[in-house]
Design a protein around this ligand. Sequence first.
Ligand SMILES: NC(=O)c1ccc[n+]([C@@H]2O[C@H](COP(=O)([O-])OP(=O)(O)OC[C@H]3O[C@@H](n4cnc5c(N)ncnc54)[C@H](O)[C@@H]3O)[C@@H](O)[C@H]2O)c1
Ligand SMILES: O=C[C@H](O)CS(=O)(=O)O
Length: 485
Amino acid sequence: MSDRDIQCPVKAYIDGRWSDASDGHTFDVTNPATGEIIATVADCGVTETRRAIAAAGAAQKAWAGWTANDRANALRHWRDLMVAHADRLARILMLENGKPLTEARGEILYGASYLEWFAEETRRIYGEVIPAPASDKRVVVIRQPVGVCAAITPWNFPNAMLARKAAAALAAGCTLVAKPAEDTPLSALIMAELAGEAGIPDGVFNVLPTSRPADVGGELTSSETVRKISFTGSTEIGRLLLGQAAGTIKKVSMELGGNAPFIVFDDADLDAAADGLMASKFRNAGQTCVCANRIFVHAKVMDAFAEKVLDRVAMLKVADGNVAGAEIGPLINEEAVKKVERLVGAAGTAGARLVTGGQRHDAGRLFYQPTILSGVTPSMDIAREEIFGPVAAMIAFDKEDDVVAMANDTPYGLAAYAYTRDLGRAWRVSEALEYGMVGINEGAISNAAAPFGGVKQSGMGREGSHHGIDDYLELKYIMMGGLGA
Ligand SMILES: NC(=O)c1ccc[n+]([C@@H]2O[C@H](COP(=O)([O-])OP(=O)(O)OC[C@H]3O[C@@H](n4cnc5c(N)ncnc54)[C@H](O)[C@@H]3O)[C@@H](O)[C@H]2O)c1
Ligand SMILES: O=C[C@H](O)CS(=O)(=O)O
């Protein structure tokens, strides 16, 4: 079967129907591992965006009127279909994103876990009764859906990042217009196909594939009907969308960039720390927002730890995601590879030592060798910027206070990690790190039950956990008067 026989929708999903772009525009989706065109997709613009917003607006009140039980059953059915079709969805995700098939399948199940979580949360949208200020009054607080929401999602987790938003939005009784990344629209389209099969009503979940994100985003952020923007992507674009959403005072959720410190203290279990680093640093070829980006290692254990990491990195299999045992796939595009080459080159020029890797891999044009750099300093670009590639940048430190200060010296605040067997140090460091999420002796921290999100310029709001639905609800206070006998 050629890559073009991928059995996936290629049109926009608006109001429960598949639709071409009104101007007939299309764009190609390519496999980053081979450069092959795998699909040609409807290229939505302002016209389609307006149609989708209108459909979401028309459907919202009826969807919010479903009982919690019925909404829960529909979300659960959607989740069951995603799991039942996991192999098919994983193959499509692998073809458009490049990640190894095993990782792609893991992402499908991870995305499904958010549908499962919020299918249950929809049953727990509780209100409050507050003691009234007078005997002839009663005070209650109810929680109601925000209304029509928009989701703009990245290419690195094209299923899970959308599932994480759609699950919470629909559970709250909102309707959603989703714009996936131009590199990876297919995962969102096949989610729409399954949403329809699950009985999610027309207009509740709409997907606009496009190669014109500014046109679609401009319409979503300026529409009076759209009450909320939920964005996952770079801090740069998040900042732009925040400004655009201000015009209509929209609610916003921002899941943005990161620069995660990974701290190995001298009392750490070095094998556990090396395993944790492999889980954090090399997942998705280093293209995740929570990847270890700066690896701080106590000087006393630097040599021993670096050797353990080198042994593990040398075992990594770099290959097309289709190849059995593949662990490191390609980066998403030429621009991404050029950024990694720039950061590694600049680090070398500034005095860092190349331990292994440091150039493109012969598996293909967009593949980059798993790389370790030592002698990195906090002032180097590779420590200041989000690498978004399979490069471990090692920085030596001596004192706990110094490494916490260095870890916090960044505009970002998404995820941080520390390895120590000292309980007091674990608490001191966890509380001192200025991040939304901290892993102690753990390199893989993302799960649906936990509040995922960052502080500072890594964003605002939380996704997942019982907190995640709050971003899609409004509080309404009702005082009932004139109740005297
Ligand atoms: N915090 C998180 O949960 C999280 C998760 C994944 C990725 N990210 C971050 O995302 C970045 C990488 O993803 P990316 O390259 O897709 O990010 P990106 O910001 O370039 O794109 C993200 C989305 O924004 C859209 N977009 C781009 N320009 C736009 C515009 N002018 N108007 C409207 N939409 C626009 C893109 O089409 C895409 O759908 C990294 O910084 C990574 O850390 C964060
Ligand atoms: O890229 C960041 C995503 O949020 C990835 S995950 O949630 O950690 O899987």
